[in-house]
Design a protein around this ligand. Structure first.
Ligand SMILES: Nc1ncnc2c1ncn2[C@@H]1O[C@H](COP(=O)(O)OP(=O)(O)OP(=O)(O)O)[C@@H](O)[C@H]1O
Ligand SMILES: [Mg+2]
Length: 256
């Protein structure tokens, strides 16, 4: 991959990866508007979510384009149709949602029928395909850990581990940091943890990170406006510039 910067956001389910990625999209899109760089935001979670948080289309995904190809390809054997459907450049061209401020790509779900490729193989192919066209690629990962292994993302510059204050969220951070130390996930130039939805004393969280020897990027406070925007289906991209959670996201990214 040749994109200048690949940023991946990971963590346990429900900790706030998508909210963080949405707010970081806003921060980065404000910055690239000044620098002229090209930003691509990828929803790698098959269950989607980032499209809602960013107010983007739900219809165009790598999975849905692939299903359409499979359904509409009238000629050729099943095997030939499946081979066509797995042509990544074709799928990317159909699913990429180009925007003025940033472009968006959702992986979506794969129809198991005739699927020779897993979603993660397609994600890898799509990233390879697009990396030369973008300067920054920001990926909202699925809750599992499979996507950050070497088979999917060859190269990550900045790995942002998001957790809430729960023990299970932090255990996932511990697990990922263990994989990193064992060399089971790609070497990242920068890795750090962001504590999200914090409300009370952050001292125990600091201690947790210190014990694990992980850099603390920041604390994103529990924010009523973020919660209300999500509840009302409003895009987190449109949060006011002085929103405390949005400001904390920008500061945490600058520490990475
Ligand atoms: N800083 C915050 N303040 C208030 N609410 C938040 C904050 N961050 C996230 N939330 C809320 O927490 C919920 C879960 O967040 P989100 O969907 O971003 O988690 P996730 O890690 O992406 O989940 P999944 O693993 O299911 O994709 C959402 O309802 C979101 O609005
Ligand atoms: Mg999510």
């Amino acid at each position: 991959m040749t994109a200048k910067k690949v940023i991946a956001v990971c963590g346990k389910g429900g900790v706030g990866k998508t909210a963080y990625t949405s707010m970081l999209t806003r921060v980065l899109s404000d910055r690239v508007a000044k620098t002229g760089e090209k930003l691509l935001v990828v929803d790698a979670d098959p269950a989607l979510g980032l499209n809602y948080a960013l107010g983007r289309s739900t219809e165009k995904t790598i999975g849905s384009v692939r299903d359409l190809i499979l359904k509409t390809a009238e000629q050729g054997s099943r095997k030939e149709q499946a081979a066509l459907a797995d042509k990544v450049d074709y799928l990317v061209a159909g699913a990429l949602d180009e925007g003025e401020k940033y472009s968006f790509l959702a992986m979506g779900r794969m129809d198991a029928i005739g699927c020779f490729c897993s979603i993660n193989e397609l994600l890898k192919g799509a990233l390879d395909e697009l990396s030369s066209s973008f300067d920054i690629i920001l990926i909202d990962g699925e809750a599992g850990l499979e996507q950050i292994n070497r088979q999917v993302v060859e190269h990550i510059d900045t790995l942002i581990l998001v957790t809430d204050s729960s023990l299970r969220g932090m255990k996932t951070v511990q697990h990922i940091s263990g994989l990193l130390k064992e060399g089971l996930i790609p070497d990242c130039k920068s890795v750090g943890v962001v504590f999200n939805r914090t409300q009370a004393d952050v001292a125990p969280l600091m201690k947790f990170a210190k014990d694990l020897n992980i850099k603390v990027l920041g604390f994103v406070p529990y924010d009523k406006e973020v919660e209300a925007f999500d509840l009302e289906g409003k895009s987190l991209f449109d949060l006011p510039a002085d929103n405390p959670a949005l400001k904390a996201v920008a500061e945490s990214f600058d520490k990475a």
